[in-house]
Design a protein around this ligand. Structure first.
Ligand code: FAD
Ligand code: NAP
Length: 340
């Protein structure tokens, strides 16, 4: 087995922002053995390592001159166990996420339908505990296997050990340490559907569907997402660029004093989640464009690359938005994509 390690590789096809930066070296790995071989080679060359999946949550701000970029390309989905209604499935890290979701729906399984049409790979999904329309992967997560780059030991993680939070996990908090190899999910033939978030129920009703199946929910969510979100194949982006901030009651009251229509969702810890997109839109950034870096015209949470924007230009725009939201509303916005 010999690895196809490429020198001086453009990363433009490997990040959904479509940013042109170069990696000193680049390799796709298809198995644990190839991954270990790539890591060993990087060590002999004194290179840092950046592991990527689909590149849909990255902001690349400069050439990676002393880095081996390792793209996870392992494939495979296995049924591990079926007990009554519940099915334990395991998928390799390099499996593309949305086709995996469709595969589970074709098997008649419920659990992942609300997470339809999220770009990227299975292996990256636990990194930020991907979430959409009221469901996060932690809700159906059964465990994962990861390689510890510090010790080169392979280890299994339970849901508690992953320390999942809102767009967060142990793996995100320890960047570069863990390579996620495969992920397990508990799905079900008859799980309750989550329809009470955003326009999902309304979209199903418009389609005349009173008793939706998981596949109906997936199709409805795909149609909503296609209307609202830019397709990275047509307009470079990394999805939501900022996390929704959680603020205290006094901060919310202060904002409500000036903006009675502020959107706020009460949280279990007593805080209030604000819609970052609402704050950015209210501050007048929706549709803003500076050169090829911009804020999407329909969805102000999404920064876009009209073609030739650099990672630095997008990062500068993001910082200007953060400063403006801090000054206007007293709220700190945290960036969601991983910065390199
Ligand atoms: P990458 O961008 O390649 O990597 C992301 C991070 O994970 C990097 O730090 C990388 O080093 C690390 N990483 C990748 N693979 C591994 C691995 N196997 N082991 C260890 N570390 C790894 N996110 C949501 O949560 N909800 C959404 O609804 C959503 N919608 C989106 C819509 C659009 C149009 C776009 C462009 C993005 C959206 N995202 C969403 C963000 C993104 O798709 C997800 O975070 C996705 O899980 C990233 O997967 P990826 O394979 O592209 O990861
Ligand atoms: P939306 O439906 O217009 O809602 C705007 C914001 O309000 C969302 O950010 C959402 O928070 C929040 N919200 C809506 N209904 C809620 C409820 N019932 N309870 C609590 N919070 C509620 O959002 P959208 O931009 O079209 O996105 C739809 C879903 O896809 C959201 O869940 C969003 O997170 C997800 N998404 C994520 C990304 C990404 O890159 N991370 C990109 C696109 C879409 P939450 O974001 O916390 O859900």
């Amino acid at each position: 087995m010999s690895l196809d390690i490429r020198a001086d590789q453009s990363l433009k096809p490997f990040n959904t922002f479509g940013i042109e930066v170069k990696a000193a070296f680049f390799v796709s790995v298809h198995s644990d053995a190839e991954l270990e071989q790539a890591l060993a080679w990087a060590a002999t060359q004194n290179l840092r390592v950046l592991v990527i999946g689909g590149g849909s949550n990255l902001l690349l701000t400069a050439d990676l001159t002393d880095v081996l970029v390792v793209r996870m390309a392992s494939r495979g989905v296995r049924l591990l166990e079926e007990v009554g209604d519940r099915v334990l499935l395991e998928a390799e890290a390099g499996e593309p996420w949305h086709p995996f979701v469709l595969q589970t729906l074709e098997l008649g399984l419920a659990g992942l339908e609300n997470l339809s049409l999220i770009p990227g790979t299975v292996g990256a999904a636990p990194m930020q505990n991907i979430g959409a329309y009221g469901v996060e992967i932690k809700d159906v997560f059964a465990g994962l296997t990861a390689l510890d780059r510090d010790t080169l030991q392979v280890r299994n993680f339970s849901v508690a050990e992953c320390a999942f939070g809102y767009r967060d996990s142990l793996f995100k908090r320890q960047p570069g340490r863990w390579v996620i190899l495969r992920v397990r999910f508990t799905l079900s033939h008859s799980a309750a559907l989550h329809l009470d978030y955003g326009p999902v129920r309304q979209r199903l009703a418009e389609q005349g569907i009173d008793e939706p199946t998981p596949r109906d929910v997936s199709a409805a969510i795909c149609s909503i997402r296609r209307e609202k979100l830019p397709d990275p194949a047509e307009l470079g982006n990394a999805g939501s660029f900022f996390k929704n901030p959680v603020v205290t009651a006094p901060v919310l009251d202060a904002i409500r004093g000036e903006h009675p229509d502020v959107v706020a969702y009460p949280q279990a810890d007593g805080g209030f989640k604000l819609a970052a997109g609402w704050l950015i839109e209210r501050a007048g950034w929706k549709g803003y464009r500076d050169g090829d870096a911009g804020v999407h015209r329909l969805q102000s949470l999404v920064l876009v690359n009209y073609g030739g924007a650099s990672g630095k230009q997008l990062h500068d725009l993001a910082q200007r938005i953060q400063d403006d939201i801090q000054a206007r509303f007293g709220v700190a916005l945290e960036m969601e994509p991983n910065l390199y």
